[in-house]
Design a protein around this ligand. Sequence first.
Ligand SMILES: [Zn+2]
Length: 60
Amino acid sequence: MPKKKAEIIPGDVSCLLDLRDLKMLCSSCGEFTSHKRIVVPKPETAFGRLRYLCENCLLG
Ligand SMILES: [Zn+2]
């Protein structure tokens, strides 16, 4: 039986995911980017809000 690969995405209140193409909304610039290129950095405070950043915003 072939193994099905599961995609795991940390979800939070601020997480916006387009289920049609699995694109996620960047918390910073508001652009939809492939979930594979979205980075979820550690929150600034304990149990703080998660932020979803595209590559541009992460580096910029
Ligand atoms: Zn961005």
